[in-house]
Design a protein around this ligand. Structure first.
Ligand code: GDP
Length: 432
């Protein structure tokens, strides 16, 4: 889906605007200073056009950090979005912080909409006109709180969005798109550099491919791969606080563009909540998954035992993901990355025919029927694979299947068909 990013200083009303666009109040929690929100992207729809909103304002810095934070938001937004909404509080006007962001925004070729918020009635419109001076074109007066002007703004923004995100387009036969994600300092940029080595491909001349300045095409294992959003990996946003938030933001937006994610973990560090959150973001995104355990050169026997235990405790739910133990520094086992990516993508692309799938279901039910519930037993009438990428199955049943039974079906699917490296989606249609 095309991506619209929302950028602006704290308290200008970004969350209110996101809520207004989504049409539900509870979508974004109240801004609490210093609170990290995990959710950064939302599916929105306007005039039958679906798009993703990325709210870059989830981290509210202390007063000293505002400049860096807003600049970081703008940088991320410019790299990753198809359009940017830059929100200014029209009662306050443009501040020194805004000026800095404006300089960044003026340079981009992507559409930038200057949103003058808190124009709650027509009498306030003149002060929004003062924002012409920012040089970002026409200010669009809105009241995110009351909804005033938001419909007109959305008409404009959505009208100019590309059908498919420029960033997410994949030509048939084009290089497959890989996102390298992970906490800061786990070695993402080292991995990219080592993998690229001397073989960096010059992007321009690949016929029929979408060019995106933040992607790099690299030849690995005799094939060209597109590593998406590498600018975010190479160009570091220097922040003392909020680094985790920006890591999440980068992750979400990179996943949007990718088909497969390599989650990089640092084996010298305990597996953290943030690591698990990043893995879960990949699962939510429905992308294929490979886990790279990096800095293997620094691993001693003691730490290794702890590591295996941490993996069992924290990452058991993704034990189906191909695992590579690498060192971006020495190059150890880097050649295993390509087969892992290929395996994950193959699983992700897999389609199982309806006949075969129903035979599978019949066998599975015969071996282990759904437990009785209140004297009744939900039956599976029929199943089909609705789509691949990731494999998505629909079961028509006579009642909701217990979570345990759904897990059993998923487990059997993996036992029989593999699906290594791909999430499996199981949907249900209950017919009474
Ligand atoms: P990023 O923030 O995830 O991109 O991490 P970097 O690639 O910048 O790496 C962070 C630090 O870890 C740097 O000092 C790297 O030199 C170091 N590093 C990365 N990979 C390895 C590795 O495999 N082994 C060792 N010993 N150090 C590594």
């Amino acid at each position: 889906l095309p991506v619209v990013a929302i950028v602006g200083r704290p308290n200008v009303g970004k969350s209110a605007l996101v809520n207004r666009i989504l049409g539900r109040r509870e979508a974004v929690v109240e801004d609490t200073p210093g609170v990290t929100r995990d959710r950064v992207s939302y599916q929105a729809e306007w005039m039958n056009r679906r798009f993703t909103i990325v709210d870059t304002g989830g981290w509210e810095p202390d007063a000293r950090g505002i400049d860096a934070s807003v600049a970081a938001q703008a940088e991320v937004a410019i790299d990753l979005a198809d359009a940017v909404m830059f929100v200014v509080d029209s009662n306050v006007g443009a501040t020194a912080t805004d000026e800095h962001v404006v300089r960044l925004l003026r340079k981009t070729k992507k559409p930038v909409y200057l949103v003058a918020n808190k124009v709650d009635d027509a009498r306030l419109e003149p002060q929004s006109a003062a924002l012409w001076s920012l040089g970002l074109g026409e200010p669009h007066p809105v009241s995110a709180l009351h909804g005033r002007g938001v419909a007109d703004l959305l008409d404009l923004v959505v009208g100019k969005l590309p059908e498919v995100s420029a960033v997410a387009k994949r030509e048939v036969g084009g290089p497959r798109r890989v996102a390298i994600v992970g906490r800061p300092n786990v070695g993402k940029s080292s991995l990219l550099n080592k993998a690229a080595g001397e073989e960096r491909v010059v992007v321009n001349d690949l016929a029929g491919t979408t060019r995106d300045p933040v992607d790099e095409q690299i030849e690995l294992g005799g094939k060209v791969w597109r590593f998406v959003d590498t600018a975010g990996i190479r160009r570091r946003v220097h922040l003392s606080q909020g680094a985790d938030f920006y890591a999440s933001l980068r992750t979400s937006t990179a996943l949007e563009k990718a088909e497969v994610a390599v989650v990089v973990l640092d084996v010298t560090q305990p597996i953290s909540e943030q690591d698990v959150r990043i893995v879960d973001l990949v699962l939510e995104s429905g992308r294929a998954l490979v886990i790279a355990y990096n800095k293997w050169d620094l691993l001693d026997d003691d730490r290794r035992r702890y590591l295996e235990r941490e993996i069992e405790q924290n990452l058991a739910h993704v034990d189906w993901a191909p695992r590579v133990n690498i060192s971006a520094k020495t190059g150890r086992h880097l050649e295993k990355l390509v087969p892992a990516l290929e395996l994950a993508l193959e699983s992700w692309d897999t389609r199982i025919g309806t006949g075969k799938f129903n035979a599978f279901l019949a066998e599975l039910v015969a071996a282990h029927p759904h437990p009785l519930r209140g004297g009744k037993q939900p039956r599976i009438l029929f199943g089909t694979q609705a789509s691949s990428r990731p494999p998505t199955f629909v079961l028509f049943t006579t009642g909701f299947l217990d979570p345990g039974y759904r897990r059993y079906i998923q487990r059997r699917l993996r036992e029989i068909y593999g699906f290594e490296g791909s999430p499996i989606v199981l949907n249900m249609r209950v017919r009474e």
